[in-house]
Design a protein around this ligand. Structure first.
Ligand SMILES: Cc1cc2nc3c(=O)[nH]c(=O)nc-3n(C[C@H](O)[C@H](O)[C@H](O)COP(=O)(O)OP(=O)(O)OC[C@H]3O[C@@H](n4cnc5c(N)ncnc54)[C@H](O)[C@@H]3O)c2cc1C
Length: 204
């Protein structure tokens, strides 16, 4: 079996630390992954994938990871959306309806450079906390709190026992990064469902 990673951007994992990207690509290349970077996909057919330069890669399985969209229900409900996602106000409300809060993958929050933050679990959980505060504040007639994303870092798994990550100023790679990833997963399980959920779903 041959695995191709076809990426239109000039690098894999855009936005990640370049040194860690290089490490991650090497780990995957050593496992046999073939990278086609800076190469847009033109068409997917039942036989494979047509890429820039009119090269055709025959494939029985194609996994599309080229971006997400929000839920179509938002369009159908009359919200103004960009690919099913709503650009929310500083308090996570719909600009059209100030009694509707939108969080997670269905929302768009801009970073200080004016570009949307990538939709991740990290931002969704922080929005959840801010939204809960603002819902209570709205009911009690108190001041709404602005949502401020705190980037606690990013970790990516590269398969069993391998990963890359940045937490604060520190970079992790290899086995240490995979342990950090597992610890983050376990922390989320603990926040959502306490020890019982960790014991049921947590894996090391
Ligand atoms: C393969 C994959 C890997 C990822 N890895 C990471 C990662 O390592 N780190 C990270 O930070 N983020 C990661 N993400 C992104 C992260 O999962 C999402 O950003 C996050 O889950 C968004 O939370 P959410 O609550 O908005 O949506 P979800 O977690 O998708 O929750 C939405 C829920 O709504 C339900 N739903 C949808 N429509 C309806 C309906 N009509 N009625 C009732 N229920 C409905 C869905 O079933 C789902 O349970 C990953 C995403 C994918 C797909």
């Amino acid at each position: 079996m041959k695995i191709y990673n076809i990426e239109a951007a000039p690098t894999a994992l855009p936005g990640f630390d370049p040194e860690l990207v290089e490490y991650g690509m090497k780990v995957l290349a050593d496992k046999g992954v073939v990278f086609k970077i800076g190469t847009a996909i033109k068409e997917c057919t039942p036989e494979g994938v047509l890429i820039a330069g009119d090269e055709f890669i025959k494939a029985g399985t194609v996994v599309w990871t080229g971006g997400i969209r929000g839920n179509h229900m938002l369009d159908e409900a009359g919200f103004e959306t960009l690919r099913g996602r709503v650009k929310v106000d500083p308090y996570l409300r719909s600009p059209q309806f100030d009694n509707v809060y939108i969080v997670g993958d269905c929302s768009i929050v801009m970073n200080p450079e004016g570009r949307p933050y990538p939709p991740t679990a990290q931002i969704a959980t922080q929005q959840g906390e801010c939204c809960a505060h603002n819902l209570v504040a709205a009911i009690r007639g108190n001041q709404q709190k602005e949502f401020k994303f705190i980037n606690r870092g990013t970790v990516a798994s590269l398969g069993r026992g391998q990963g890359i990550g940045v937490v604060g100023e520190r970079k992790f790679r290899g086995y240490v990064a995979s342990v950090v990833k597992k610890l983050i997963d376990i922390r989320y399980l603990y926040i959502i469902g306490g020890i019982p959920l960790v014991l049921r779903k947590g894996r090391f």
